[in-house]
Design a protein around this ligand. Structure first.
Ligand SMILES: *Cc1c(COP(=O)(O)O)cnc(C)c1O
Length: 393
């Protein structure tokens, strides 16, 4: 299997990790087109997570924005509140097939950690989650959930004590325990075969959209929009449409503005480099050190991006744009008020870009936005922000 997408991706890992990666690739190739595996994966997606998620025609939003017809892919209605569980179900079923006895995962905001702890609880497999000390402080609710689900949380105190450090620590732990341990990565990042494997477990989003939009409209959409952290919900939506005549927008976190040092716009502002075993666009300083990142949405707070997105940017197949914190908050409030749907702050970035794009489209156009998750987890953040706004800051 090709480990790269053009010049991006690859396996930039210590030699001791090559054997586990080769073993993983073999197992992945075996199940890729295996009907019984697919059946089992679909069973849990449907019966446990509630798929297929609806493709909702947002009539109020469509009317207000006055352009194309807007559909929302409701990944927020999945069990545990986001698309992440699609991938976790796939990887843990694979881990079971490989005879692995324990699961490890990294997490930033805790969403991937909760999804992993959930599936481990259901299958009764021991689970350890690596999480930065800073993130543990900020994400109390998800930490509590993981504890109740029976996962052990390892507090990571190196570097900025956030997601990139948690990922480093998880990789280190895997190097030391490759025989019995399966490492569940939470996005389309990391060394090959993870970006392809996570893509294949998330493409169920786009596959469903294709079927649903054909049924509702009889044709493919004109525009797809999704937010991009590592890029898994976007890749899941885009991939089945890559050969079709569809315009695609990946929305990065512009934080306090991409002209400042406080954002997570790896494609808009990054340079080619190596992180977590892959060659990709990366926010780094002049010495190649990874820069601290900022976004109001913890799930977009990653200094790199999946290598296939880097490739789609390079060949100009997908357009990558940035939305800042303020615009995302406005979109969060707008969608909540107009449609009665409270989005995750990550997904609100996609909605904010929709609010710009819709105006330039025609009534006949069809736009699909991936609503990657629900906003319950973000209510504290919003509460604090709104208080600040009221204090006139
Ligand atoms: C984690 C997360 C994201 C970002 O991850 P991707 O891999 O880029 O999809 C986006 N939305 C929600 C709700 C998340 O939890």
């Amino acid at each position: 299997m090709n480990t790269k997408f053009g010049q991006f991706g690859g396996q930039f890992v210590p030699e001791t990790l090559m054997n586990p990666l080769i073993e993983l690739e073999k197992a992945f190739v075996n199940i890729k087109d295996d009907d019984s595996f697919k059946k089992e994966y679909m069973y849990y997606c449907k019966e446990y997570s509630g798929r297929p998620t609806p493709l909702y025609y947002a009539k109020n939003l469509t009317k207000k924005l006055g352009g194309g017809k807007i559909y929302l892919k409701r990944e927020d209605l999945n069990h545990t509140g986001a698309h992440k569980i699609n991938n976790v179900i796939g990887q843990i079923l694979l881990a079971k097939k490989m005879g692995k006895k324990r699961i490890i995962a990294e997490t930033g905001a805790g969403q991937h950690g909760v999804a992993t702890a959930t599936i481990c609880a259901m299958f009764d497999i021991p689970c350890e989650v690596f999480m930065g000390e800073e993130d543990i402080k900020r994400q109390g609710l998800n930490v509590l959930k993981m504890n109740m689900l029976g996962a052990k949380i390892n507090s990571v105190t190196s570097g900025t004590k956030t997601l990139k450090d948690a990922t480093n620590e998880a990789i280190r732990h895997w190097v030391a325990n490759p025989e019995d341990t399966f490492y569940v990565i939470g996005s389309v990042v990391g060394p090959h075969p993870y970006p392809k494997m996570v893509r294949d477990f998330q493409r169920i989003i786009g596959d469903e959209v294709k079927e649903q939009i054909m049924e509702k409209e009889g044709r493919v959409p004109d525009y797809l929009i999704a937010c991009v952290g590592g890029g898994s919900n976007a890749m899941g939506l885009f991939y089945p449409f890559i050969e079709e005549k569809v315009e695609m927008y990946g929305v990065e976190a512009g934080g306090k503005g991409i002209e400042t040092d406080y954002h997570a716009a790896s494609i808009s502002k990054g340079r080619l480099g190596i992180i977590h075993g892959m060659m990709t666009y990366l926010l780094q300083d002049e010495n190649g050190q990874i820069k601290p990142v900022h976004s109001i949405s913890a799930g977009l707070d990653y200094p790199g991006i999946g290598p296939e997105h880097a490739y789609f940017h390079f060949i100009n197949r997908v357009k990558y744009v940035a939305i800042n914190d303020r615009e995302a908050i406005e979109a969060f409030r707008y969608l909540t008020k107009i449609e009665g749907i409270i989005p995750a702050l990550e997904s609100a970035h996609a909605i904010a870009y929709l609010m710009k794009l819709a105006r330039e489209t025609n009534k006949e156009d069809i736009i699909v936005v991936n609503l990657s998750g629900r906003g319950d987890k973000d209510m504290d953040t919003l509460f604090n922000v709104l208080e600040e706004l009221e204090d006139g800051q």
